[in-house]
Design a protein around this ligand. Structure first.
Ligand code: NAI
Ligand code: MG
Length: 353
């Protein structure tokens, strides 16, 4: 029997609550599909930082690196200054483990209320591939005369041929496994240096190695329009780190909200573990109430299973979550039609068969 070693970081607020549901569903998937996991839980996040000052000790990094995959809930508490956990934990893991693909499906599931009037599931099924290790997020820049009237701040976007090409290749390969359509999203008309590198790489790689995949290009501002008006235009979308961060939140809104949005930070080479997490944060406003929608965490588990080569289990988990969604009366809060725990039980029961 295949055994995978998983590192579990529940984190703060609703993070541990929704992660517990994903693990229940994982138990059911293991039983039904005949594989097993060993799991090590790590106490990381705002609580640990406030208690000990530690964000991500090197010894923990080394242990996480041994895992086959990492499941993360959410980190952050209101008392922790902004940036400490984002840069010190989330970005550190992405960069150190070279998780160069941030994968975010945007799929409207049946029965889920979307703010887009008249949108139906058949018109909204895309995957956004966000570059995850370069661009504006590398922390290049600086400031001078801080706090004075003469203050100067720069923040540079770093783009390498290596980094751009590998994420574009990954996106083309995903398109081949879907509807053979790939859209590059950028702002080539204004960001002429980075845009030129992205566009040339996109065209060259597509022409040479993926001639069967239809290529499309959309400026990022127009993307915000089309995602709302004509999401059926998109199959796989590839874009840079900052644009990807922004358009995927729009995607989360279109697909019915944060309670449903899943993501994977992938190292497709397998040199280091990939990390799967719901898009939402620790939701301190509803922590402890049993009101958090566990579906985003469960769909993130489905992505992890797919990554671990259990496509059948991944599909069963996604289908079970979709089935339970049709019975839910709200996508979060006191009126969901069941507590976080009850919904997790229901999804797990369907997966168990
Ligand atoms: P948030 O995503 O935690 O919450 C935004 C709103 O959505 C809140 O009203 C919350 O109640 C609701 N919400 C979130 N998840 C939900 C769920 N599963 N079911 C039902 N409702 C849900 O974002 P916010 O409030 O900006 O950040 C809270 C904390 O989380 C901060 O400390 C922030 O830094 C952190 N955060 C962490 C992330 C991560 O670990 N990847 C991502 C985003 C924020
Ligand atoms: Mg974001």
């Amino acid at each position: 029997m295949t055994t995978h070693h998983l590192a579990i970081i529940g984190g703060d607020g609703v993070g541990p609550e929704v992660t517990a549901q994903a693990l229940k569903v994982l138990d059911a998937a293991e039983q039904r599909f005949g594989f097993s996991t060993t799991r090590t839980e790590y106490d990381l996040g705002g609580r640990r930082y406030l208690a000990s000052g530690e964000v991500l000790p090197d010894s923990v990094m080394a242990e996480l690196d041994e895992a086959d995959a990492i499941l993360l809930g959410a980190v952050g508490t209101p008392e922790v200054p902004p940036g400490v956990l984002e840069r010190g934990l989330l970005l550190k893991l992405r960069f150190a483990f070279d998780q160069f693909v941030n994968l975010r499906p945007v799929k409207l599931l049946p029965g889920v209320p979307t703010p887009i009037a008249g949108l139906t599931p058949d018109r909204c099924d895309m995957v956004i591939v966000r570059e995850n290790t370069e661009g504006m997020y590398v922390g290049a820049g600086g400031s001078l005369f801080h706090g004075t009237g003469a203050e100067v701040a720069t923040q540079e976007s770093l783009n390498t041929r290596h980094g751009v090409e590998r994420v574009i290749r990954d996106a083309f390969a995903r398109a081949q496994n879907r509807r053979n359509h790939l859209t590059l999203v950028h702002k080539t008309n204004v960001l002429n240096f980075a845009g030129d590198l992205w566009m040339r790489t996109f065209t060259e790689v597509g022409e040479a190695d993926f001639p069967d995949v239809e290529r499309d290009y959309v400026h990022v501002d127009a993307m915000c329009l089309y995602m709302v008006t004509t999401p059926e235009r998109f199959d796989v979308v590839v874009t840079d780190n900052l644009f990807g961060d922004i358009v995927t939140d729009l995607g989360a809104a279109v697909q019915g909200g944060l309670g449903l949005a899943a993501s994977g930070n992938l190292n497709p080479t397998g040199a280091h573990p990939s990390m799967f997490e719901p898009v939402h944060g620790s939701a301190p406003d509803i922590a402890g109430k049993g009101w958090a929608n566990p579906v985003a965490a469960v769909l993130s588990l489905s992505m992890a299973l797919d990554h671990l080569d259990h496509a059948d289990a991944a599909r069963a988990v996604e289908d079970a979550a979709a089935e339970v969604l049709t019975t839910m009366t709200a996508m979060g809060g006191p009126d969901m039609g069941g507590s976080t725990d009850e919904l997790g039980d229901r999804i797990a029961a369907i997966v168990a068969g």
